[in-house]
Design a protein. Sequence first.
Length: 133
Amino acid sequence: GGGGGGARRVFSGNAAYNGSDGNDTTVTCSNLSIAITAKAGRGGIVSGSSIRTIFTTDAGGDFVHRGGGAIGGFADQDNWDVAAFDGKPGNLVSKYVKGSLGGEVLTLSIGAGGAGGSSAADGENGYVELTIW
């Protein structure tokens, strides 16, 4: 899934900007019984706030690697400020398919990374990686 956006806390003016959650990445192919959802990363939250839990409702894979997908945005800070939490990475879902794959069509929806708070970095977009042998 797409990574979460980073958070920013500005010392001057004591402003705080949370990052946005990323978006899920999906892969489907009805002929091969593939219906995969890799959950997105959570947006970063400013220092002093509680940490957001990781999304855990991935589906359709043989293995799920929590936080193994697209990276989250980095925190941004102002003079003498404490570092804010980074946005969280998205999840990575692995699926093994055996059989004839010729002529099959995969439908992909690549999850966008979450927006960073103020000028903090955005999370990276999700991705799909195929290994065929």
